[in-house]
Design a protein around this ligand. Structure first.
Ligand code: SF4
Length: 340
């Protein structure tokens, strides 16, 4: 819910996403961190970013501490959470689960983190082959530890989410989802397709609805019905990519802002992959060069001025009119998402 203490003319945000670090202890086979490892830029965001976003916090619903890295590796994470919580902001983060010990779980619950999402790409040891350096058992243990702490501290927060990546060649892994959810206690499950493919092989792993045989589509609908009916979570969402449909992107760019770990302001995380070289990706099997949607740096101006600067305003206007041409958005799967 939005709070009403409005400094006038401040933008209202559903979320501000902050990439706190680009460091990660895993090597997921589809992730730019692994695929671009020779040119990866490892860095942590300056804590000064808190002063930059502070004036916008009264009109911000959620600050999500996530980019191309594992947030639990960020040295100032606890200080940042404390800063945000003192200002009554909801906080979320996504973790690979490997670093969640009993002590970390206790601190996350005690600090009042609102959402913690765990990433998976399979429901058995296949996950461990895809998400190298992480394990399904570590994710299960992480979820259990958070739930034990919630119980101990008598709080419903953080809500525990599952961010499940659906790769086309591992579609059948979804068969194991109901029994996995039965073992765990989760509030939300989001099954998503790959939306950034950095190689032709990975682009073949994108799950297009038009290529899905009828029985698999029926299976997905039944999976959602079953999980919902059995109350295995409060909310389940399944996304696929469409070859034909093009919509406004799912990143709600009118209501959100993303800040990279070097302090630049972007529309979303997709175009801010931290590499030293040019980045190429694949869209509908064609190679494209990534053009960053970047609109300023936090040390150069206030958040409000950057949000309303000419290039950011023009970007949002063009986005609404679906006039993308040279922008990364013209070839972005996030504009082709369909919900099952
Ligand atoms: S269309 Fe894609 S690149 Fe453009 S803002 Fe949305 S997610 Fe980012």
């Amino acid at each position: 819910m939005f709070r009403i203490r409005l400094p006038r003319f401040y933008p209202v945000f559903s979320w501000i996403q902050i990439e706190v670090t680009t460091k990660c202890n895993a090597s997921c086979v589809y992730c730019p961190h692994y695929l671009c490892r020779s040119s990866w830029i490892k860095r942590d965001i300056s804590f000064e970013i808190m002063k930059f976003i502070e004036p916008a916090l009264p009109t911000t619903d959620l600050v999500y501490l996530q980019g191309w890295g594992e947030p639990l590796l960020y040295p100032d994470l606890w200080k940042m959470i404390e800063f945000l919580k003192k200002r009554n902001v909801r906080i979320g983060l996504t973790s690979n689960g490997t670093l969640i010990t009993r002590e970390i779980a206790r601190r996350l619950v005690e600090a009042g983190v609102d959402i913690i999402a765990f990433s998976l790409a399979g429901t058995d040891e296949t996950n461990d082959l895809i998400r190298k350096g992480t394990t399904l058992s570590a994710v299960k243990r992480g979820i259990d530890l958070i739930n034990e702490e919630k119980k101990k501290q008598g709080t419903p927060l953080p809500r525990v989410h599952l961010a499940y990546l659906l790769l086309k060649s591992h579609f059948d892994q979804l068969n194991g989802l109901p029994s996995l959810l039965n073992e765990l206690s989760l509030q939300e499950v989001v099954v998503s397709p790959l939306t950034l493919s950095l190689s032709p092989e990975l682009d073949k792993e994108v799950c297009f609805i038009e290529e899905l045989p009828e029985h698999k589509l029926i299976f997905l609908k039944e999976l959602k019905r079953k999980i919902t009916a059995q109350k295995l979570c409060d909310n389940m969402v399944i996304h696929l990519v469409s070859k034909d449909i093009t919509e406004l992107c799912t990143e709600k760019i009118e209501w959100s802002m993303t800040i990279s770990s070097d302090g630049h302001i972007y529309s979303c995380v997709l175009s801010m992959v931290p590499v030293k070289t040019k980045l190429f990706y694949y869209h509908l099997h064609a190679q494209c060069e990534m053009i960053p949607n970047e609109f300023g740096h936090f040390q150069d101006d206030t958040l409000k001025n950057i949000w309303y600067n000419k290039s950011y305003r023009s970007f949002r206007k063009r986005h609404l009119k679906e006039n993308f041409e040279e922008l990364a958005c013209s070839r972005c799967y996030k504009r082709k998402i369909v919900t099952i």
